[in-house]
Write a protein that binds this ligand. Structure first.
Ligand code: PEP
Ligand code: MG
Length: 588
């Protein structure tokens, strides 16, 4: 910014992590590291230093628990869980033992030693290229400041006791800061550090405060008292917004408000194209708790229930009875709509402590999903039995993941038949003939879809995996994320082959990968003949709006056009143009 003209507008770009627009006066908080003096102690004072250290850790723990309680009451237990990471720091044996070792070796005051050890620990973590570990480094810094203040006998820092509404700008905003700030006066947040998964982002979203993080040195560039606008949608902070900019944002806010209102009104409507074709629009869920959002967003049931989440974060396998009760409850809640239960897909990036799927060089191509299940009937059959029993209470369908070909599909169906026979012998109540589907997410299955179709009642295309296997691009590797292209001509041809094979055998075909929720690609999927789209619940209203805005002939024409194109970007551009022309308001 030119110093001569303080009113000049300037834009800074970061990541928009909490949507919304806020304008107001900046309050910049610079990290004021508390000065920690270093002084020598006598050997006979070591025990007293250890005592002071232990007392400070206990006091810090109590303060964290108190903050956790406060946050839980204000915004809910889920967000207060962030403080669990802070509690782990005060209980970290490696850190504490290193402090005690140095105290014996160096004979210095414990606040100095603790600050040294903890800072080194945090520095090491922050240098590792892993967002999770970088967050842990920030947790350690936050807790370190608190422990040091307690050792110094100072009151905990009350972060931001400002009395006026303001935009808070800081190097980083920690969970403790959020707990002590008066959030009703914080109009927006902007920080040097942070990412989508950073605590600032999580808290800002919970508190509904527009936020832009990862602005590098924004604390060095702004001064308290300046006027800014925070655009949490696009990740922009605008210093000294001009009247034109303010007008533009005023309009945008107004229009976004209108779109949000219209989308709420869609809840009870059906996802039918302008020319009357009904596309079933369902939701994906991971946990039974997600179910509340399904009806709230107007989905027609559940198109993908990722049951493997039942197996994660626990030390024992879920029993048949536990699974039965869970599936029954979900099935009853979504009635009369269908619940498609995907049998568990462990392996790849989803590892359960109870099941050994991890020891492989190439886990995404390893003993994953149905491959593991077929090798372990003692684990797979209780799930199949639980599903068959729960299907009595609802509109339940079963779907097998990672099917690569006919043999595997037939073995899975045979195991399901064995379970039916067992239940019959036991005189248990079960659904004799629930619909069975195959996920199509491996290129071999897509290419041979015509041989799979006669064996099942439906296909559901898992584009997340289908794209990664088609293009040999690991779906969780951020370094090659730019190579992961849903509009690659090869992907399109596979989708077309699957849809055509399904219809040739009179079965329906859905898409339950993330591609189904990509608004630019909805007309393409409809044009390919996809009958069902299953997306994250919060996306349902937008996808419904997209479906309602188009007519089938123009979607089919789009497919004809893009099949002639040979690059992913050209195909994407063409799809985006059609989508933008029909529902531009969703791209605001
Ligand atoms: C997919 O692969 O597209 C899919 C829906 O399954 P998951 O993301 O659970 O692998
Ligand atoms: Mg998959």
């Amino acid at each position: 910014m030119s110093g001569d003209n303080p009113a000049q507008e300037q834009r800074f770009h970061g990541s928009g992590v909490s949507p919304g627009i806020a304008r107001g006066v900046v309050h910049v908080v610079r990290d004021d590291q508390d000065d920690v003096a270093r002084y020598r102690i006598q050997p006979n004072q070591i025990a007293a230093e250890i005592g002071r250290f232990e007392a400070a850790l206990i006091q810090t723990r109590a303060q964290i628990l108190e903050m956790q309680q406060k946050i839980a009451e204000a915004i809910g237990a889920k967000d207060a869980g962030i403080f669990d990471a802070h509690l782990l720091v005060v209980e970290d044996r490696t850190l504490i033992d290193e402090v005690l070792r140095k105290l014996e070796a160096e004979h210095c005051n414990v606040e100095w030693i603790f600050q040294e050890v903890a800072t080194q620990y945090a520095d090491t973590l922050s240098k590792i290229d892993d967002p999770y570990l970088r967050e842990r480094a920030l947790d350690i810094q936050d807790v370190t400041r608190r422990v040091v203040r307690n050792l110094q006998g100072k009151a905990p820092k009350a972060f931001l006791a400002l009395a006026e509404p303001h935009i808070l700008v800081a190097h980083n905003i920690t969970p403790s800061d959020t707990a002590t700030m008066n959030s009703s006066l914080v109009l927006g947040l902007a920080t040097d550090l942070g990412s989508r998964t950073s605590h600032t982002a999580i808290m800002a979203r919970s508190l509904n405060i527009p936020a832009v993080v990862g602005l590098h040195d924004i604390t060095g560039k702004l001064e308290s008292g300046q006027q800014v606008l925070v655009d949490g949608h696009n990740g922009v902070l605008i210093l000294n917004p001009t009247p034109d900019t303010l007008w533009h944002y005023g309009e945008l806010e107004h229009r976004k408000g209108q779109v949000a209102e219209q989308l709420t009104g869609l809840r009870e409507t059906v996802s039918t194209t302008r020319d009357g074709r009904h596309i079933v629009l369902s939701a994906n869920i991971e946990l039974p708790n997600d179910i509340e959002a399904v009806a709230r967003n107007g989905a027609e049931g559940i198109g993908l229930y990722r049951t493997e989440f039942l197996y994660l974060n626990r030390s024992t396998l879920p029993s048949e009875q536990e699974q039965f009760e869970t599936y029954k409850c979900v099935a009853e809640t979504v009635l009369p709509h269908p619940l498609i239960i995907r049998t568990f897909d462990l392996g790849g990036d989803k590892l359960a402590g109870t099941i050994d799927t991890s020891d492989e060089l190439n886990p995404f191509m390893g003993r994953r999903a149905i491959r593991f299940c077929l090798e372990h009937p003692e684990i797979f059959k209780p799930q199949l039995r639980a599903i068959l029993r729960a299907a009595v209470s609802g509109n339940v369908k079963i779907m097998f993941p990672m099917i690569s070909g006919l043999h595997e599909l037939r073995r899975a169906i045979a195991m399901l038949d064995e379970c039916k026979a067992e239940l019959k012998r036991e005189d248990s109540s079960f659904a004799a003939d629930p619909d069975v589907g195959a996920m199509i997410e491996i290129p071999s299955a897509a290419i041979s879809a015509d041989s799979l179709a006669p064996e099942v009642d439906f296909f559901s295309i898992g584009t997340n995996d289908l794209i990664q296997y088609t293009m040999a691009v690991d779906r969780v590797n951020e370094r090659i994320a730019h190579l992961y292209e849903p509009t690659h001509p090869a992907v399109l041809r596979l989708l077309k082959a699957v849809a055509d094979a399904a219809h040739a055998h009179q079965i329906w075909v859905g898409v339950c990968g993330e591609m189904a929720g990509d608004l630019a690609l909805v007309p393409l999927l409809l044009g390919l003949g996809i009958d069902e789209l299953s997306v994250g619940a919060t996306l349902v209203p937008r996808v419904k709006r997209a479906v309602q805005s188009v007519a089938m002939p123009e979607c089919q024409q789009l497919v004809q056009d893009v099949l002639q194109l040979d690059t992913p970007s050209a195909i994407l551009e063409r799809c985006a143009a059609v989508a933008q022309s029909h529902y531009p308001e969703l791209f605001l």
